[in-house]
Design a protein around this ligand. Structure first.
Ligand SMILES: [Zn+2]
Length: 260
């Protein structure tokens, strides 16, 4: 695919291309960008829709689940007509209708420690929109090894968090394990089917994730690497907390000593 912008694309993106730091060059960078969104659920819905609308050239969707009725209150990319369809197919249909200039690639299987590296290899960066620690660990490891940014969102009940991991950049850039040591993560396993989740909180977190991806591709703005935003939906409050890079981190400490 050429990265030239046709006149109809320029009209499509005109309201964002006039933004400071964006312009034709920023839009070309978005079009050249390849982003993998893991999870086509509550977080994946806004992330996918905003990335496709913004003109990210290639959007990959990885998810092995099928659409259920109990998904629809928050997974707003799917509709009542999509029940029992693969989520990747349902989501891809919407994105192709939303923006025909975007190439949508589907991966209809769960991301695991076994397949994460191969999947990540085909993309520039990854948005983690999953809901379990096993997949998060697999993506973290694959992105660290491949030296690719990982934009991570999470939400439960009426709260959410969002941050970006670029631990291969060295000092000041922690990883997922710096934030959540292994011993801690094993205890944090209730799912939204057990404790619930409010749809709009996912939109807030997913919106931040999409903005992180866009900034990274354009190469402008400050990312969330080294800090995490904690959103309290009920209090209507966003708190920013610094994440320290752990000197003894088993995942990123060694890698940080040998930057390429
Ligand atoms: Zn670390």
């Amino acid at each position: 695919m050429t990265d030239d912008l046709h006149s109809d694309e320029q009209r499509y993106y005109q309201r964002q291309m006039i933004l400071p730091g964006w312009g034709m060059e920023g839009q070309r960078r978005l079009k050249a960008g390849r982003v993998l969104v893991v999870g086509a659920g509550g977080l994946g819905a806004p992330v996918l829709q905003y990335l496709a609308a913004a003109g990210v050239g290639t959007v990959g969707i990885a998810d092995g689940d099928f659409v259920e009725l109990s998904n629809l209150h928050r997974q707003v990319i799917h509709t009542i007509d999509d029940i029992d369809r693969a989520k990747v197919d349902s989501a891809a249909d919407k994105l192709r209708r939303q923006n025909p200039h975007v190439a949508v690639v589907t991966h209809a299987f769960p991301v695991t420690a076994e397949n994460a590296a191969d999947l990540v290899a085909a993309y520039d960066l990854v948005a983690d929109c999953t809901d379990n620690f096993a997949t998060r660990d697999a993506l973290q490891a694959a992105c660290l090894t491949a030296r690719k940014p990982l934009v991570s969102g999470a939400a439960q009940m009426t709260d959410g968090t969002v941050t970006t991991f670029t631990p291969y950049r060295g000092a000041g850039h922690p990883c997922y394990r710096c934030l959540y040591p292994a011993a801690l993560s094993a205890t944090l396993t209730p799912s939204c089917s057990e404790i619930g989740v409010a749809g709009p909180v996912l939109a807030v977190i997913g919106g931040f994730q999409a903005m992180e991806v866009i900034k990274i591709l354009i190469g402008d703005g400050d990312t969330l690497s080294g800090r995490i935003l904690i959103v309290d939906g009920m209090a209507a409050r966003v708190t920013e907390v610094a994440i320290e890079k752990r000197a003894d981190c088993p995942v990123c400490a060694v890698a940080s000593f040998s930057p390429r």
